[in-house]
Design a protein around this ligand. Structure first.
Ligand SMILES: Nc1ncnc2c1ncn2[C@@H]1O[C@H](COP(=O)(O)OP(=O)(O)OP(=O)(O)O)[C@@H](O)[C@H]1O
Ligand SMILES: Cc1cn([C@H]2C[C@H](O)[C@@H](COP(=O)(O)O)O2)c(=O)[nH]c1=O
Length: 215
């Protein structure tokens, strides 16, 4: 399949504000971009992928092995890619995805300590090597993200939310390594500020980095 279009991903630790920012951004992108925009997410975004999401995040499955978890994320990603992302890119659309391979490298490679290179290689098999054109990294200290989740979600914590602070610190450190290794693709945004400010900076970065998309 020919890949045209533009692929934008949004990353960050749990509670960074990805969903909130994307909810604010999407109408503005639809208004200002000269190509159709779709918003999707991982794990999920397609029927089979959402079923896999339910299995991965189910807090009852405490026995899940780290490599099983990594393979499930990659399987969910493959189906989402084939059904949703690649067809939209082939139609020359803009795909905005809440999390992608960087999340697996950070959470499974770094957080679960099964190897960032190994997880990347496994995901290259799943994606055929598709990389985002641009990644917005919403940067918040682990404690800030977790505090936001604990404050607002009451008792609805998924299996990953329930991980230790040390796990989330390893995830954050792996993200910092991804940032250092991909300075052109991954742009860090200080997401500790008010939501409106964070959204405005995301828009400004999109404008500066992808000027051809703007009407
Ligand atoms: N800039 C902000 N300042 C304060 N609170 C925020 C901000 N952005 C989001 N929040 C709040 O933090 C919580 C987590 O936000 P959100 O669900 O958007 O994050 P997320 O990155 O999508 O999280 P996750 O990865 O865990 O799904 C929500 O209750 C949201 O209202
Ligand atoms: C794609 C992906 C996600 N995760 C983790 C990150 C979160 O804790 C959950 C669910 O994501 P959401 O943003 O809260 O919807 O899954 C992961 O560990 N590996 C991945 O590849």
């Amino acid at each position: 399949m020919v890949v045209a279009g533009t692929f934008i991903t949004v990353e960050g630790p749990d509670g960074a504000g990805k969903t909130s920012v994307l909810t604010q951004l999407l109408p503005q992108l639809k208004q200002h971009f000269n190509q159709p925009v779709i918003l999707t997410r991982e794990p999920g975004g397609a029927k089979i992928s959402e079923k896999i999401r339910d299995v991965i995040l189910n807090p009852e499955f405490t026995e899940m092995d780290a490599r099983t978890e990594a393979l499930l994320y990659a399987a969910s990603r493959r189906q989402h890619l084939v059904e949703v992302i690649l067809p939209a890119l082939a139609r020359d659309e803009v795909v905005v995805c809440d999390r992608f391979v960087d999340s697996s490298v950070a959470y499974q490679g770094g957080g679960r300590q099964i190897g960032e290179e190994a997880v990347l290689a496994m995901n290259q098999f799943a994606t055929g090597g598709l990389n985002p054109d641009l990644t917005l990294y919403l940067d918040v200290p682990v404690e800030v993200g977790l505090a936001r989740i604990r404050q607002h979600r009451q008792n609805q914590f998924d299996r990953l939310d329930q991980e230790t602070v040390e796990f989330h610190q390893r995830v954050s450190a792996a993200y910092q390594r991804l940032l250092a290794a991909n300075p052109e693709r991954i742009i860090a945004i200080d997401a500790t500020r008010e939501l409106a400010e964070v959204t405005a900076e995301c828009l400004a970065v999109l404008k500066a980095k992808l000027p051809a998309l703007w009407q």
